[in-house]
Design a protein around this ligand. Structure first.
Ligand code: 6PG
Length: 243
């Protein structure tokens, strides 16, 4: 586990953008194709826009792009993670439909999960049933959730599916589809972007407890590392105040 601390969210975004591009380039040096799973929420927007401003650094024709979790709303809805990524990043890159693992949008959580399970399962695998996710971006909520895996909800314990349905997300909208802990087993590099004073308590808990935190973000990070994946936390000073 590596912790990078930045003076502010702008410096965090600049570093996260550069590290993402470098990680993708490194992956393309070893594999015909690379998969980048994006995160939703507000935090990644500045980094997405920085990457959108330098579209020639990476051969995007060889990059699959997906979303770690998605709300069950229309993809052009302001609440859609995919819609946000499309506006800030995807429409600015030389991508075609073949590159995009596009969520289902305004369907039920189970339909969304079933749709995405098929897309994720068809990616190149590191072992039977486990797709290779070369780069996973994550955010973290003030309760220590990540993806749409929330403290106390059952989806964190899903052990058979790669994508789970969520019907009662405490963070609206309530219905979502989310990658599961099982899907984390194929993650090669995970960059967790945490910004703002509101995250300080949860981050302090997630990175303390001698590595035994039960917060979803901590469990996801441990699962990735248990399989040899590299986790880097990108934290600005306000979020890191309790470290
Ligand atoms: C979502 C996100 C979620 C997000 C955190 C942090 O669908 O809401 O995937 O896991 O990353 O809630 O969100 P902010 O970056 O907006 O604080």
């Amino acid at each position: 586990m590596e912790l990078l601390t930045f003076d502010d969210s702008t410096a965090l975004a600049e570093s996260a953008a550069q590290m993402a591009l470098q990680t993708i380039k490194d992956g393309l040096a070893e594999n015909e194709r690379v998969t980048w799973i994006l995160t939703g929420g507000r935090t990644p927007g500045a980094a997405y826009r920085l990457i959108a401003g330098q579209p020639d650094v990476v051969d995007w024709s060889r990059v699959n792009i997906g979303m770690g979790d998605e709300r069950c709303v229309a993809l052009d809805d302001s609440e859609s993670n995919w819609g946000q990524a499309e506006r800030d990043l995807l429409r600015h890159l030389p991508l075609t439909a073949e590159n995009l693992l596009k969520p289902a949008g305004a369907v039920t959580a189970q339909e969304a999960a079933d749709h995405y399970e098929v897309l994720i399962r068809d990616l190149p695998q590191v072992s039977p049933e486990i797709p290779r996710l070369d780069l996973l971006w994550l955010g973290m909520g003030e309760d220590g959730h990540t993806l749409s895996l929330f403290p106390g909800l059952e989806e964190i314990e899903e052990a058979n599916r790669l994508v789970a349905s969520v019907y009662n997300s405490p963070k609206p909208p309530p219905q979502r589809a989310t990658l599961t802990l099982k899907a984390m087993r194929g993650v090669k590099a995970c960059h967790i972007l945490v910004s703002g004073a509101g995250k300080a308590d949860a981050l302090g808990k997630a990175l303390s407890d001698a590595g035994n935190s039960h917060l979803p973000v901590a469990r996801v990070a441990r699962e990735i590392e248990s399989q040899g994946g590299k986790v880097i936390w990108f934290v600005d000073k306000p979020a890191g105040a309790k470290l």
